[in-house]
Design a protein around this ligand. Sequence first.
Ligand code: PLP
Length: 368
Amino acid sequence: MNKKTELEEKIENFIRPEIRALSAYHVPDSKNLIKLDAMENPYQWPDDLVDQWLEVIRDVELNRYPDPGARILKQHLREAMAVPTDAEILLGNGSDELIQMIMMAMAGKDSSGNARSVLSVEPGFVMYKMIATFMDMPYIGVPLNDDFSLNETVLIEKIKETQPAVIFLAYPNNPTSNLFDEQTIRNIIDVAPGVVVIDEAYHAFAEKSFMPMLNEYDNLLVMRTVSKMGLAGLRLGLLAGKPEWLNEFDKVRLPYNINILTQASAEFAIKNRHVLDQQTQQICVDREQLFNELSKIKNITTYPSQANFILLRLQQGQADKVFTTLKNKGILIKNLNPAGGLLKDCLRITVGTEEENKKFLEIFKTAL
Ligand SMILES: *Cc1c(COP(=O)(O)O)cnc(C)c1O
């Protein structure tokens, strides 16, 4: 056994064990690769729009703090995202920060001395579990059915048993790309002791939303982000719901969390959102095209998508090999096989430009 250095001992003494046990969120190097791994919008803005944006940016006073309440941006977002008038909104540095703010405000023990917990579904968005770990909150992951639908009986049972402070459901779900049954979610909201956060990161590609239902429930929160609709670089997310909840979450928000360039750029982008809308509509058209082509391939399962990505299940033991072949030939997708469980043998492909999708298909077919 090697003797521990003094520094190693200090790390062991002073860094929380649950943090030491983690590995940092891994973002693969994508230099020179066609990037179909992270649900980004593949399109840039037309030159004249870029010029107009630069004019806006020119006047931004970088020496000043941004508006701490981002009031103008909030007003634009409220309108663009059809937030009901009596709902409050809270902005985050990406919706990841909103997830963190919710948990920071809730972590701790309830009146009977039990640690407040977080519940979501598996497979689901990995940040719910990760941030729960950061906050030392117990995380309950309830398995989806084999067809990725919600297992209502087990969910309701688990909610009653564990009394989670917060339930997260991505709608559509990542990485399975489906919309869960609306009535099942309503039943979950009805039995949830705390809040239910419907994470609508892929709203631009889906036909349904819980935003109009905010008025019906005291414990429903709806989360959106501008990332998947074409502004991933800005880092801006939005939480909508009852002011009573949001006023509490707002207390753990760091001042000026939405920087001045993001505020100005997002305001500009929303004013010109027809450009983004056109791009997301194109992505939906190309998604159907890609889905149809993939559906023709034998021996793989292609899952229908309400998002800007497609989930595939390959024959047993094929996923790692196909992923590596694609990468060696210049295409980066997401290999979900290492996640195991229902995601064994699965790959996830973000819908790119028509040309990128074609190239992917070509290489994918030869890699199989
Ligand atoms: C991508 C994604 C997010 C994170 O969005 P950011 O606003 O970029 O932090 C949140 N939820 C789901 C389900 C996602 O897929």
